[in-house]
Ligand binder design. Structure first.
Ligand SMILES: Cc1cc2nc3c(=O)[nH]c(=O)nc-3n(C[C@H](O)[C@H](O)[C@H](O)COP(=O)(O)O)c2cc1C
Length: 147
């Protein structure tokens, strides 16, 4: 049961910390940095994850475009995100794309991530120390629950 997780984690590597913990426990999980490739053959994977920091309320544009171009229809998909201020609506755009491809969502996970964007930089950032060890473990538990 191979899994690929396509990710974008450029602000502080917050989302990548979670993915590294999942990949450390599961050698069949392949992490694909969306900034290093525009195309990727996902046809051979049983489950496909999309993971991103939240940028302007949604997953990064690169993830959204990648999903539009590369996601085969009918796959099981899941979502992982970190955000300065996590909200349910942060998943709307990516979920719409995967729904349009008749993919089945098997789960979603979001937690806080250190954020120094814009005015937050002036106060040393918000959500310092996030994701915490506990949040990272909760993400690993989430992954274990969907496989
Ligand atoms: C340009 C920019 C825009 C952001 N927009 C949002 C936002 O709309 N909502 C939010 O909760 N966090 C926002 N953030 C904070 C990030 O989502 C948060 O720091 C996240 O953990 C970054 O993940 P990464 O380090 O994996 O890239 C923004 C950060 C940046 C740099």
């Amino acid at each position: 049961m191979a899994t690929a997780i396509i990710y974008y984690s450029k602000h502080h590597g917050n989302t990548k910390k979670i993915l590294d913990a999942i990949a450390a426990e599961h050698t069949d999980v392949e992490l694909v940095d969306v900034t290093s490739r525009n195309t990727f053959d996902l046809s051979g994977y049983d489950k496909i994850g999309f993971a991103s920091g939240i940028y302007f309320g949604k997953f990064s544009e690169q993830i959204l475009n990648f999903a539009k171009v590369n996601l085969p229809s009918g796959k099981d998909v899941f979502f992982i995100a970190t955000a300065g201020n996590p909200m349910k609506s942060n998943f709307n755009a990516i979920a719409r794309i995967t729904e349009n491809k008749n993919c089945k969502e098997v789960g979603r996970y979001i937690c806080k991530g250190f954020d120094t964007f814009g005015p937050f930089r002036l106060v040393g950032g918000i959500r310092k120390g996030h994701p915490t060890e506990k949040e990272i473990q909760a993400a690993v538990d989430f992954y274990n629950s969907i496989i």
